[in-house]
Design a protein around this ligand. Sequence first.
Ligand SMILES: Nc1ncnc2c1ncn2[C@@H]1O[C@H](COP(=O)(O)OP(=O)(O)OP(=O)(O)O)[C@@H](O)[C@H]1O
Ligand SMILES: [Mg+2]
Length: 248
Amino acid sequence: MPDIAIRNLIKIYKTGRTEVLALRELRLDIRSGEMITILGPSGCGKSTLLNMIAGLDRPNAGSINIDGRNIVELGETALARYRRTGVGVVFQFFNLVPTLTARENIELPMRLEGTGGAVRRRRTGELLELVKMAERAEHLPDELSGGEQQRIAIAVALANDPPLILADEPTGELDSKTGREVLEIFKTMKEKRGKTLLIVTHDERIAKLSDRALRMIDGQMVDDRANSPTPTPTPPAAEDAMHANNGA
Ligand SMILES: Nc1ncnc2c1ncn2[C@@H]1O[C@H](COP(=O)(O)OP(=O)(O)OP(=O)(O)O)[C@@H](O)[C@H]1O
Ligand SMILES: [Mg+2]
């Protein structure tokens, strides 16, 4: 059983008399700790999919089971809590509060969650170190470069330590050096923090780092085989036992 199971997801946007079928019975399985990239032409529904998984918008039909809980069926209060603590979202265009400093932006999700001051300050300090922004903590967003803003936006997404991180073209607006810095943060999230990452990107470097690179066309995942999670690697203990047997 995958940790995230998306089934028959349908999203229809209605604008006046036109209807856009943005997701067509989309199916996707993700295992905890996997890093997945999604590539696909403009308008194929990538951002729509992330919005659904982020709980920012609701599908017309289908289910998104995360650790056995269908977030599509959550009430407003439970969904709001999921958005604050279950998932972190990084957009292409940095979504920082312009009147708050970098530090205050990172603290905000923890304040909303009622995290105490001491814990908040400690975690904010750690996150500023993680994204290498301790020196710029007191700057307002418009006093930061694009890459610096994106790093703060990632720290904001990580503030409440969500197990799942969604990112929509996180390096799209960045030059290659700052893009590489953002890439390093994702790598740390995957390798050291065991986060599950779902990243929409055209960035080859991110795709190379991922466990699976999926393609989306016209509201669906293209290759169905690509949708089964990578098999769980053999636990080291079992491997040792196997070698022991071979040697005997
Ligand atoms: N709020 C909306 N109202 C109406 N139609 C929408 C809305 N959002 C998206 N769409 C339509 O749904 C389809 C999927 O859009 P989506 O933003 O998910 O595409 P995308 O794959 O992220 O594209 P891009 O690579 O350009 O960001 C598009 O045809 C788009 O025009
Ligand atoms: Mg998009």
